[in-house]
Design a protein around this ligand. Structure first.
Ligand SMILES: [Zn+2]
Length: 328
């Protein structure tokens, strides 16, 4: 017990290293080496404490008592504890999924490092929102929650999670602007979701293909007849595909956008006829080549050409002022 009190006086990072060492049986040097490797892999976008948390999670060590900063939360982490200020009005939605039916509540919280979406599934947690115990501007304590998501991180609370009004106050300014974790192209692996910030070097010609309206699979066309292997004769849907070559200074990568993502890239409303207009597309090409974008998507191997590709799910032009604010 005396040891425990002594440890509390140490800095959080040393505490984390100690706990990893004790629970994993690894030497301290090895624990530090792994933390350094993790930091390098994440391009230094994570703090020492954050990298230690990930190393711990990978070793199956949980940190139920350890409070984390929002910027250090990574998808896949379990049983995390955080404090944050509610920065928007919580919304409650009904959901129905096969035999399950109920409500879920979501809102965002922020601390001085970042902000994140919170999702409540438990009725007793949702009740705290409904009866006004917790509302916008309240500082809340979350314990034992999981970080889920695909491109965007979300903290999900289940019935084992704890939610309470915090006794702490957050005096410093909270970061309400979204700060996605950006990865270097050279460091993303195959079949991995990632956000990259890169310049468009090349913009290839757009092409079109037809898919089954039922399953989205490519159809075979014969004259004006379209056939899906699964659904037979169908009225096909036209889809567009656009490739761009992007570079973030670490490496370049071929990125592919389909319909919705193309409209996002071109910054226009969904209108297929625009994509078929060569002079409009040429104008857009001149506008986009050389511009920097934030791309959200997933890498995959193109076996046909034996190269890595990035499938763009969403993208937005990088506002230079935003970058200056965020990185200086
Ligand atoms: Zn089909």
């Amino acid at each position: 017990m005396e040891h425990k009190e002594l440890k509390m006086l140490k800095a959080p990072f040393d505490q984390l290293v100690e706990k990893i060492k004790k629970n994993s049986g690894l030497e301290k040097e090895e624990v530090l080496r792994r933390i350094e490797a993790k930091k390098a892999k994440l391009s230094g976008l994570i703090s020492n404490e954050g990298a230690a948390q990930i190393v711990a999670a990978e070793l199956g060590i949980s940190f139920e008592k350890q409070k984390m900063k929002i910027q250090d939360l990574m998808i896949g982490m379990k049983k995390v504890s955080i404090i944050g200020k509610i920065i928007d009005d919580p919304s409650i939605k009904k959901f129905k999924k096969q035999e399950r039916e109920g409500e879920l509540c979501s809102f965002s919280i922020a601390d001085e490092t970042s902000n994140i979406r919170i999702v409540l599934w438990d009725t007793k947690h949702i009740e705290m929102i409904k009866n006004g115990t917790l509302k916008k501007d309240a500082v809340i304590d979350i314990k034992n929650a999981d970080v889920r998501g695909t491109t965007n991180r979300e903290v999900h609370l289940n019935s084992f999670s704890e939610l309470a009004q915090s006794t702490e106050t957050i005096e410093s300014t909270v970061l309400t602007k979204d700060t996605p974790i950006i990865r270097k192209i050279s460091e993303i692996k195959n079949n991995e979701r990632a956000n990259i910030r890169a310049n468009v070097l090349q913009f290839f010609n757009i092409s079109f293909f037809y898919v089954c309206p039922e399953c989205g699979m490519k159809v075979t066309l014969e004259g004006d007849k379209a056939t899906c292997v699964r659904h037979g004769s169908v009225l096909p849907k036209k889809r567009a595909i656009l490739n761009v070559l992007v570079d973030d200074g670490s490496e370049n990568l071929r990125a592919t956008a389909f319909n919705e993502a193309i409209f996002k890239l071109l910054e226009i409303k969904e209108d297929m006829s625009k994509l078929e207009d060569p002079s409009f597309m040429l104008e857009k090409k001149q506008e986009i080549v050389g511009s920097e974008f934030l791309f959200m998507g997933k890498t995959r191997k193109n076996v046909l050409f034996n190269r890595d590709e990035f499938i763009i799910n969403d993208c937005e032009r990088v506002d230079p002022d935003m970058v200056i604010k965020q990185y200086t």
